[in-house]
Write a protein that binds this ligand. Structure first.
Ligand code: 5GP
Ligand code: ZN
Length: 134
């Protein structure tokens, strides 16, 4: 089967499952009920290394509260989203990829390739990024 179709179907399956079962892996990482290499945590956000890095640096920055995706973002979340970006910038500096540059990605929904339905920024760097996107 075509890899992109397989990814799409997996994303659809994950989204449906996340609505049926209260088993969000990222919520568990926030509460330290599941393991992760946490690089930063405060009362609003948590940042940890991705288990399947696509580049030398691949870090996920997530809100501590469960927000399924960008589609569920509220006006009240503006400060939180801003904070996530500030932390991304801070970690990029810490990882020493800020001068070379990096990429921030937010996959949203099945067409966007989202597989974990808890909002997250991918912070990816440490190599020259490939184009085109999409
Ligand atoms: P998405 O495809 O939803 O944009 O990204 C989900 C990301 O979460 C993927 O890059 C995947 O490798 C990562 N991921 C999935 N499960 C876990 C986990 O249990 N721990 C960590 N650290 N990363 C995970
Ligand atoms: Zn969650």
């Amino acid at each position: 089967m075509d890899r992109s179709l397989l990814g799409y179907l997996y994303s659809r399956y994950s989204m449906a499952k996340s609505k049926l079962v209260d088993s969000c892996i990222f919520c568990k990482i926030v509460k330290k009920e599941a393991g992760a290499t946490i690089l930063y945590q405060d009362d609003q956000v948590t940042a940890f290394r991705d288990t399947h890095p696509v580049a030398p640096t691949h870090i996920l920055i997530i809100p501590n509260k469960h927000i399924e995706s960008l589609n569920e973002l509220l006006d009240d979340d503006k400060t939180l989203i801003g904070h996530m970006f500030v932390i991304a910038r801070q970690i990029a500096t810490q990882e020493e990829i800020h001068e070379g540059g990096y990429r921030i990605i937010v996959n949203t929904g099945p067409d966007g390739g989202q597989t974990v339905f808890h909002l997250h920024l991918h912070l990816i760097g440490g190599q020259r990024m490939r184009h085109p996107l999409g």
